[in-house]
Design a protein around this ligand. Structure first.
Ligand SMILES: [Zn+2]
Ligand SMILES: [Zn+2]
Length: 259
């Protein structure tokens, strides 16, 4: 990835963090507001890393998925995400609900603000702080990300992630392009990595492997490398299999209550 692309990604991440800061700002590291005792689902990504990783607040993890027409996620990608989560989080049960089709947002590009309003409209399941289930949310859109058109997915709240179906299709087309299910599987896991607090953003780093200016990993070949959420990775670096977390990322999750 060139210096200019890298610069753009850093700018994007900073812009996202700034735009999300207004929603976040909880006193507690869990996502549970200490004043109201309610679980807040509009905190910044990584805020609830600990409650995703351990089972002391919520024993179950449930993922709701909404997708816009023609962008239903592949079963293979969802299976790989489930295995990834089962390998890293202490939950008695990880459930991925059957994806539900929602209306098209009109295609083209979507801003982070538009993504948040789609979530408000379509998301059905939120975490009850007195309950046993932690709820996460995926929205798969039929467009591209307005802020940066090579981005495949974003984690935008502490339990919410969005994916850009048009960009995924583009990365999966052309001679020698990787299959769609591998791209989806990779990006689903990468964005969930941010929800689990990687890198150094909710799960404190146990060694020096955080990129300067973004919540990514400096280790070559790690799932949390910055390029993994962009088309650049699938055009140039993808070797056909979903990248694993490197030992340093796993150590961070373990130190924060994960497996
Ligand atoms: Zn990322
Ligand atoms: Zn790593």
């Amino acid at each position: 990835m060139g210096i200019i692309k890298r610069y753009h990604l850093v700018v994007l991440c900073i812009a996202l963090i700034l735009s999300l800061a207004a929603y976040g700002c909880l006193d507690s590291p869990s996502g549970i507001d200490e004043n109201t005792n309610q679980f807040v689902s509009t905190a910044t990504p990584g805020t609830s890393a600990e409650v995703f990783l351990n089972d002391s607040s919520f024993a179950r993890l449930e993922l709701e998925i909404d997708y816009m027409p023609e962008h239903e996620p592949s079963q293979q990608a969802l299976d790989s995400l489930k295995s990834f989560l089962q390998a890293r989080v202490y939950k008695s049960e990880v459930v991925i609900n059957t994806p539900t089709e929602v209306e098209s947002g009109g295609g083209g590009t979507y801003s982070a603000d538009e993504i948040r309003s789609f979530e408000e409209e379509y998301r059905d399941n939120y975490t009850d702080s007195r309950g046993n289930t932690l709820h996460a949310y995926f929205l798969i859109t039929d467009g591209k990300f307005q802020e940066q058109d090579n981005v495949l997915g974003i984690a935008y709240f502490n339990t919410s992630m969005a994916f850009f179906g048009e960009t995924v299709e583009e990365a999966a087309s052309g001679i020698g392009a990787p299959p769609k299910e591998k791209i989806e599987g990779t990006v689903f896991q990468h964005e969930f990595g941010h929800i689990l607090g990687l890198v150094g953003n909710g799960s404190p780093t146990q060694s020096d492997h955080k990129t300067a200016g973004s919540a990514h990993c400096t280790a070559d070949g790690c799932l949390m490398e910055p390029s993994v959420e962009t088309t650049d990775f699938f055009a140039n670096l993808f070797d056909g299999s979903i990248p694993d977390l490197d030992a340093q990322c796993i150590a961070d999750l373990q130190a924060n209550g994960g497996k």
